[in-house]
Every structure is written in C-alpha cells, then in structure tokens.
Design a binder for this molecule. Structure first.
Ligand SMILES: Nc1ncnc2c1ncn2[C@@H]1O[C@H](COP(=O)(O)OP(=O)(O)OP(=O)(O)O)[C@@H](O)[C@H]1O
Ligand SMILES: [Mg+2]
Length: 320
C-alpha cells in the first residue's frame, strides 16, 4: 500500500478458549494501512472482522504477530504509554445507545474523553464539545439533551463526535451504519469521508454493505474463517475479484432480485461455514469452493500477488 504507513499488522493471530477447545478467530493476518486511507473489511458473520478491529486497536492482545501503530509496537508499550496512545485510536460501533452513557447528557458524553485525558478546563472543553457537535451536523443545544432523546442517526453523530474529540489518527468503524436507515447511512458515510479529508484520518471500515464499503474504502480485505483471503485496492477488487470466496460473496449481492436495498447487503453463501474450532485442512475454503481439487484439501495456499498490490490466498489465483 502506498503512502506513509500508520498501521502495520504483521502475522497477527488470536484464538479464544471455548470450553476445553480453542476457537481460531483471527489467523496470521497482515496488512498495512497508510495514513489518511481506509481499509474496508468484508466477510460473513464470524469471519473475525471485529476481532481484527479490536486487535488493531490493542483492545485485545494478540497471541502472536505484531501491531505497529504510528511507529510504535503496541505490545512493547507500558500500560501508561498505551493509555496515552489510545487518544489516537478510536472505535465506533453499531449500537450508539449501548456505547453512550445514557444517564449523562450528550455534551458530557462527548466531553468525557477530554476529561479522561485531562485536556483543558471546563470552559475550554465545553467550547470544543460545541464545535465538535456542530462539525458532525448537530447543534450546540443538543449538548443538553440525553442520548435517548435523539434519533438513531443523531446518536451515531454523537458517537462520531465523541470518537473524534481527541483528534485521533485511526478510527475503526465496526458496523457503524448497520442500525441506520439507508438514507441516513449515506449522510453518515459522507460525513465520515469529509472528516477523513479534513483530518487525514485512517479508517478500518467493517460492514456488511458492499456499496458502503466500496464507496469509502481505498483498500478492501476479504475475511474468511479468520484469514484475509484477498486484499487489493478497492476498485481492483470490485472489478476483478480473484479468490473464489470473494467472487461468491460478491455474487450473493447481485443474486437477490427482489429488493434494491437488500441487494447491497452481503448475504451468507450457500453451504456451511466450517467451525473455527475445528478448521478444515489445506485451504480453509475448500469445503465450499467450486474449484477445489485434491491439493486444496491438503495444502494451505500461500499468498499470490496477482498484481503489485493485489494478493490472493488461492492455489489457482491468476490462473482462472
Ligand atoms: N470473546 C470471545 N470468546 C470466544 N469466542 C469469540 C469471542 N469473540 C469472538 N469470538 C468468536 O470469534 C469468531 C470471530 O468473531 P468476530 O466477532 O470477530 O466475527 P465478525 O466477522 O465480526 O462477525 P459479525 O459479522 O457477526 O460481526 C466467531 O466465531 C466468534 O464467535
Ligand atoms: Mg463483528
């Protein structure tokens, strides 16, 4: 990926203990995200997108591999250093009401991060909160409202204000639009894009909506059973998907005839996703892949470069 790297994730894995077994949520994932750019992550439910987002923000500790953010290996920072770095890394997720403190006003909610990081006196903080509310399309008077008094779109604007009040460099948006009406989604998406340009923000943008992902992303990574099976510049991935899983996933978008709105939602593919506790041998996708041959069942594919910045983990990439 071109440009100055802000986030460099190298060979990161994370498993969870489930009873006496281990569930492999993220497996050997690597990518580089340049400053000011967006990496979209797509993949079926359970493919590890949220876990990867949390690993990138050091909200979860990886089992192996490294996360380098803004020149620092996050695992080598002390707790105090990491707390200070957190200012630069924020998370916005689906359910703003769950993330906001419902007993505090909107103003207090947006001010909280400033208070936690000891930034400014009350007057300065109030000014910054008012400016931020206006910047995300709300009014100063909203500062005195309570989150439940706002619409879903307004609540998500409050979440964005709260995430950006500390002027972070990286924001992970995890299904940040999913709970909103389609028309509101478009407005929030435009707001995120404007803020990105103004502030040179980097986003990791996780969503089921392929239209939204392709609209905002410079890069798209496709996840399957904890791995990034294909990663490319967004345009290139959309125009020439190479992994059979990516193709099937994109086909699922085009295959739904009835509703225009539903059409952009990535649907589950036919066939069962194997258990992340009991992973398939060889290529993880071979149990559902139309191209699978014997070697796919036994040999794990290594990444192939089908163009200088387009990588695919498939034995047949570039051949079909
Ligand atoms: N704390 C945890 N303990 C055990 N298993 C977990 C935990 N967190 C996630 N998982 C499992 O890890 C896998 C990846 O989950 P993750 O939430 O990252 O997927 P996702 O791609 O974000 O899915 P969705 O699209 O539904 O949000 C899933 O099998 C999930 O059940
Ligand atoms: Mg998720």
């Amino acid at each position: 990926m071109s440009g100055e790297p802000l986030l460099r994730v190298s060979g990161v894995s994370k498993s969870f203990r489930v009873g006496r077994q281990r569930l492999h949520a993220v497996r050997n994932v690597s990518f580089v995200l340049p400053a000011g750019q967006t990496l979209g992550l797509v993949g079926e439910s359970g493919s590890g997108k949220s876990t990867l987002g949390r690993l990138a923000l050091a909200l979860l500790k990886s089992d192996s591999g490294s996360v380098e953010f803004d020149g620092n290996q996050l695992s080598s920072l002390s707790d105090r250093q990491l707390r200070a770095k957190r200012k630069d890394m924020q998370l916005i997720f689906q359910n703003p009401l769950g993330a906001l403190n419902e007993r505090s006003t909107v103003g207090r909610n947006v001010m909280d991060p400033l208070t936690v990081h000891g930034m400014g006196d009350l007057e300065e903080k109030t000014k910054r909160v008012h400016r931020m509310l206006e910047r995300v399309g709300l009014q100063r008077t909203h500062a005195d409202a309570y989150p439940f008094e706002l619409s879903g779109g307004q609540q998500q604007r409050v979440m964005i204000a709260r995430a950006l009040i500390l002027e972070p460099k990286l924001v992970v948006c995890d299904e940040a639009l999913s709970a909103l009406d389609v028309s509101v989604q478009a407005q929030i998406l435009d707001l995120l894009l404007q803020l990105q340009r103004e502030r040179h923000l980097s986003y990791v943008f996780i969503a089921h909506n392929l239209t939204a992902v392709s609209y905002i992303s410079d890069w798209i990574g496709v996840m399957y059973l904890g791995e990034i099976v294909e990663l490319a510049p967004a345009d290139e991935l959309l125009e020439s998907p190479s992994h059979p899983y990516t193709k099937a996933l994109f086909d699922s978008v085009l295959d739904i005839p009835e509703s225009k709105e539903a059409r952009s939602e990535l649907e589950a593919l036919p066939g069962e996703i194997p258990s992340p506790i009991d992973l398939p041998s060889g290529c993880s996708f071979h149990t559902r892949c139309p191209l699978a041959v014997e070697k796919c069942r036994t040999l794990r594919p290594i990444d192939r470069m089908v163009s200088p910045s387009h990588r695919v983990a498939c034995h047949f990439a570039g051949e079909v």
